[in-house]
Design a binder for this molecule. Structure first.
Ligand code: NAD
Length: 486
């Protein structure tokens, strides 16, 4: 049995009480490894190591901190295929369309934050003669981070790189469902960073995660995951009066105009739905609003293309769609589909388990029509390969439906009419709107949500500075110059 340890204070360690957690491959059920089942004592040890490392790290010149991050990125690039394979196995995500691009994104993020670590600029504020007033951007201290399983390497790297670039030290609690590739990346960090600067803890949300929320040495909580747990993180931050960033769920609208009834748009809509990640994406354009004049023809294109996506072994180069992460999530996805079909919805394609394998949690890419905008399938985050399609007639009507959501993470507008596209993009309540593009985040763009989708921005140095530093003011009284010196 392979046992992969966690990283605390620069050392590979087991849980203090010697407990372990199994990690399974969703596509095959194979036991891949065991990781430590960390508890309160382990989280306390990680926080202590991070607190001890903080002063040295904050005083390391930003250019030197950035240089180390860039070197981590270069080392990750050198073993990217190995990490991508591990990631595909533990997440069930297709290696070609998801795991390789995810590792690529992590490398890009490390190089981006490595290169922008020197951008921690302050301001001078004119307060009149005799006063010099300036601000500096100061790190917060030990950041407590928590991340989900759907894109674990990318979502952990973006937090860690941003927090370290800005001079903080980190304790990160990674998802129990897919911790292995992140631990492999952590080993690379550990070759370059002083001990304790980055600590990676594995374990259950209700144990290690809860301990991190209550840990007194944590100066900032940064969470990516579900809105339900996000609310608990925010309550914990309120209890301790520490700042919090939340990247939470979504139910993002994808709006297709009458002039966009073409294959490029249909491909974009499929990409935006993140079918190639089994729809397990917070930014999935899962509410597809298609103008009534092209509803049937456009959906025929989408259904035909979605139906042709190859479901199967995540490690097979021909596979477009891998396995859902676990049985619980599979059951949840299927329940939403069954409930909508019982209410009268029709699956234009998909609608059930993929029968090509008797192992794993494979689900066919599913497009539902005949769904009312107020049904659960159209309002709640399914986090699976299920897109609901709803017709619209006027711009006012579609914008009202799009914004009638608890969430506000992303939005997609598909039109070649620049006025209509930009008019609509401007009216959407979302942190990130894409016009005629359905792909993922790139380093440099500020990404995050409004409403129940979260607080704060990631992927940009501006977002990192807002999230991981405070503005410190220094005010100096300048004495009158003594003209009679000497
Ligand atoms: P989750 O909220 O269940 O878990 C996220 C992390 O929190 C995990 O590390 C988990 O162990 C931990 N956790 C769980 N219970 C906890 C508790 N009681 N106390 C402290 N920590 C706890 O989310 P998930 O199922 O891993 O991921 C799916 C969710 O993440 C979806 O809702 C998705 O939309 C969201 N997500 C958001 C973004 C974004 O950038 N906005 C990106 C990816 C995923």
């Amino acid at each position: 049995m392979t046992r992969t340890r966690m990283l605390i204070g620069g050392l590979d360690v087991e849980a203090a009480d010697g407990r372990w957690l199994p990690v399974y491959a969703p596509a095959t059920g194979e036991l891949l490894a065991e990781v430590p089942r960390a508890g309160r004592a382990d989280v306390a040890a990680a926080a202590e190591a991070a607190a001890a490392a903080f002063d040295g790290w904050r005083r390391t010149p930003p250019a030197a901190r950035g240089g180390l991050l860039t070197r981590v990125g270069d080392d990750l690039a050198a073993c990217r295929e190995e990490i991508a394979v591990l990631l595909a196995r533990e997440t069930g995500n297709a290696i070609r369309l998801q795991s390789r691009p995810e590792v690529r994104s992590a490398i890009d993020l490390l190089r981006y934050f490595g290169g922008t670590a020197t951008e921690l600029k302050g301001e001078t504020v004119p307060l009149g003669d005799g006063l010099l007033n300036f601000t500096t951007r100061e790190p917060l201290g030990v950041v407590g981070a928590m991340t989900p399983w759907n894109a674990p390497v990318q979502l952990s790297t973006v937090k860690v790189a941003a927090a370290l670039a800005t001079g903080n030290t980190v304790v990160i609690k990674v998802s129990e469902e897919a911790p292995l590739a992140v631990l492999a990346v952590a080993a690379i960090f550990n070759r370059h960073l002083p001990p304790g600067v980055l600590n990676v803890v594995t374990g259950l949300g209700g144990e290690a995660g809860a301990a991190l929320l209550a840990e007194p040495r944590i100066a900032k909580l940064s969470f990516t995951g579900s809105t339900v747990i996000g609310r608990m993180v925010m309550a914990a931050a309120a209890d301790r009066v520490v700042p919090v960033s939340l990247e939470l769920g979504g139910k993002s609208p994808s709006i297709v105009f009458p002039d966009a009834d073409d294959d490029v748009t249909a491909d974009g809509v499929i990409a935006s739905m993140r079918f190639p990640r089994q729809g397990q994406s917070c930014t999935a354009g899962s509410r597809l609003f298609v103008h009534e004049s092209i509803f049937e023809s456009f959906l025929a294109r989408v259904a035909e293309k979605a139906g042709r996506l190859v479901v199967g072994d995540p490690l097979d180069e021909r596979t477009d769609i891998g396995s859902i992460i676990n049985e619980r999530q599979f059951g949840r996805v299927d329940r939403y589909v069954r409930e909508a079909v019982d209410l009268g919805a029709e699956a234009l394609t998909g609608g059930g388990r993929w029968t090509g394998s008797d192992q794993g949690f494979f689900y066919t890419p599913t497009v539902l029509t005949g769904v009312r905008h107020d049904w659960a399938a159209a309002r709640e985050e399914i986090f699976g390969p299920v897109q609901v399609a709803i017709p619209w007639r006027t711009e006012d009507e579609v914008v009202a439906m799009a914004n009638d959501s608890d969430y506000g993470l992303a939005g997609y507008v598909w039109s070649h009419d620049i006025d209509a596209a930009l008019r609509t993009a401007a009216r959407l309540d979302a942190g990130w709107v894409q016009v005629n593009r359905g792909l993922g985040q790139l380093p440099g763009l500020s990404y995050g949500g409004v409403k129940a989708s979260g607080i704060g921005r990631e992927f940009s140095i501006e977002g990192a500075i807002d999230a991981f530093t405070h503005r410190k003011t220094t005010t100096i009284a300048l004495r009158e110059r003594n003209l009679h010196v000497g």
